[in-house]
Design a protein around this ligand. Structure first.
Ligand SMILES: [Zn+2]
Length: 230
């Protein structure tokens, strides 16, 4: 397992109180350069009611956080414990899931089923079932992809630098199976300033009131051998 120190944690920004109030007044478009994607050009339109509620609570915290740069996003690639052959992955996943999780594809903006999920619950990796994001950290980035300002835990995801398509981006993947989830951009809201731009098709969603009892994998029966559905 990769050791994860506090110094390299994406959540460390929570612990760095500094004043950058002026940043909140800048147009978000100036801060988001690359796709998966830059915020849309509809910034000046009225926000839906539910977003106003989120924005007001975020603004309180906005005064006490320092927006990170791309270079400050911690890079720590995971060493997946779930190792399957490409053939096994193709059997387990739908073609759309395979394209994103195993080939680092990106779904079309606005196409994801989980984009508008607002209820409480847990987002799990579609490849292995590990919890990767929580509704607690989800927000409406208006980019067309489910967006979070933090993962459910530091251990749940790994990161690596992605220079494909002529861009410099931080890729984010499931730490348990290595499945590609999306990218991280430094234009997110307080308190982290990070935007985890995640493909909906790479995840499943478990509503809070349907959350199954946690059963940690034992040596006798690895969880990845359990059937996905019954
Ligand atoms: Zn996974």
């Amino acid at each position: 397992m990769t050791s994860r120190t506090d110094r390299t944690s994406p959540l460390r920004f929570l612990k760095r109180p500094m004043l950058v109030g002026a940043l909140s007044l800048m147009a978000p478009g100036l801060l988001s350069g690359s796709s998966c994607s830059a915020n849309s050009s509809t910034e000046t339109q009225l926000r839906p009611r539910y977003v106003v509620g989120q924005a007001q609570s975020a603004q309180v915290a906005e005064e006490s956080f320092e927006r990170p740069t791309l270079e400050e996003i911690p890079i720590r690639e995971a060493e997946p414990e779930v190792q399957l052959s490409e053939e096994e992955w193709r059997e387990r996943l739908t073609p759309a899931q395979y394209r994103v999780l195993r080939e680092e594809g990106t779904e079309r903006a606005g196409s994801g089923e989980l984009l508008h999920v607002k209820e409480e619950g847990t987002f799990v990796c579609a490849g292995c079932g590990q919890a990767v994001f929580s509704s607690e950290h989800k927000y409406d980035s208006r980019t067309g992809w489910p967006s979070f300002y933090a993962p459910i835990s530091e251990e749940a995801v790994g990161t690596k630098m992605d220079t494909s398509h002529g861009m410099r981006r931080v890729e984010v993947h499931c730490s348990r199976c290595g499945g590609h989830l999306g990218h991280i951009f430094p234009d997110g809201p307080a308190p982290t300033g990070l935007r985890y731009c995640i493909n909906s098709v790479s995840m499943g969603f478990t509503p809070a009131d349907e959350a199954p009892v946690e059963t940690p994998p034992s040596d006798d029966m690895p969880a990845e051998d359990a059937p996905a559905t019954r």
